[in-house]
Ligand binder design. Sequence first.
Ligand SMILES: NC(=O)c1ccc[n+]([C@@H]2O[C@H](COP(=O)([O-])OP(=O)(O)OC[C@H]3O[C@@H](n4cnc5c(N)ncnc54)[C@H](O)[C@@H]3O)[C@@H](O)[C@H]2O)c1
Ligand SMILES: [Fe+2]
Length: 459
Amino acid sequence: MKLSELISPAMRHTGMGAVMNGASFVTRLLPFPQPTLMVGPGSSARLGESIAGMGYQKILIVTDAIIVKLGLTKALTQALEAGGVAYVVFDRITPDAPIPLIEEGLAFFKEHDCDAIVAFGGGSAMDAAKVIAVAANNPKPLRALAGYFKGRNSPVPIYAVPTTAGTGSEVTVAAVVSDPERHKKLVVMDLRVVPRMAALDPELMTGLPPAITAATGIDALTHAVEAYLGKWATAYTDSMALSAVGMIFENLPVAYADGRNLAAREKMALASTYAGLAFTRANVGYVHAIAHQFGGLYHTPHGLANAIMLPHVLDYSAPVATARLAQLALRAGLGREDESEDDLADRFIAGVRELNRRLGIPTTLDALREEDIPALAQAACEEALLGYPVPRYMDQATCEAIIRKVLPRAGAGDADAAPRKRKTAPRKAATKAAAKTAAKTASTAKKAAPRARKPRTVA
Ligand SMILES: NC(=O)c1ccc[n+]([C@@H]2O[C@H](COP(=O)([O-])OP(=O)(O)OC[C@H]3O[C@@H](n4cnc5c(N)ncnc54)[C@H](O)[C@@H]3O)[C@@H](O)[C@H]2O)c1
Ligand SMILES: [Fe+2]
């Protein structure tokens, strides 16, 4: 029997909420480290100059072959050379770095007698680097490092240069890798995996293809939104999350349409870091719980999985998160302060759907198969129930139904974009974009049954 099955439905709604609220006191007390940030064009070279002055014997740069081929590591390595510090490059990381690859990286680290690591790339390279850093000082099987604070000794010093604007891994306590044998993602959580310094260099991101820009950008949005809606949110995480949401709605479409726009790239890099600062403290929710299962089983890119699920999970959370969704709508520029919270909450969810559409995000997941849904839902429910302070827990059947909405044959996705039942008539939209999305939402709403605002008891 799975651990989550031992927790009754009633406990899910009252007990887990209380447990998670209690846990928030603990998370508030934890001394989350924060890296020194260098921001702007050329900051990866400046980071190299700083590291070169720190007295390391040999630096390991962990990255992937595409990044090296694009010459993105050059500014950093030139600065290391100019500063007279030796380095070696491990460039074999692949998306969602599988355990055997981490073991290779670890062997490389030891073979070259390295004493510090630069995590250079998207989340996959950064997280692989973090796990190598933990494993280098904690000789035990890699799987045994998954979970909270499993390494007794501190990792070797980590520095980070993100090349996607999405994961926020440059500031988070998490490292996600994959276990190909069990088709699962593993998360190593430790305050000490937060890098000491990070460079947010928009010049490294100008060649990021539009589809990756879109998916990773929505990953950052999901971090901000889940952190903002969750029970561990604090004034600090709220301010980070709200800033990130505003910056993403404004800049992601620009960076998607014109990848060379340095200002938009820099804002996205900052937004991703702000979202990382929010969720590393306030955690994530069901979007991630489900996306991790898609990643483990189908290797769906993490951001894409999040983007497909985000509107559906928001629909589910909306009845208990109206006020917070309304705040998100205001920050995203999707409505006016004099509108009702219900209208604004609807606008935010419709705005997310519209943003996905503009970014070419599909509404369904091609790889998803009906027969996999029960196990995917069970694993997602367990992940959320035991780890995430979500505004509203769901049971297995509800989770299955939500996942089923993105089945390719359903072809629906957005057909479910029904706004919650309104008390008041919809008001005039504040902006053209909001008016468009609201109109679209209203037309689909006619076809679908309106949801009741009161939280449903999902037994
Ligand atoms: N540690 C955390 O806090 C955290 C948070 C969210 C996600 N993650 C994990 O991060 C991973 C996903 O990371 P990601 O979304 O950044 O993708 P990724 O690192 O897997 O990179 C995706 C692709 O983009 C390419 N790429 C990266 N930067 C590029 C650039 N500047 N130009 C051209 N191509 C570039 C990579 O070579 C790769 O092929 C997942 O495993 C996810 O679970 C970790
Ligand atoms: Fe994520």
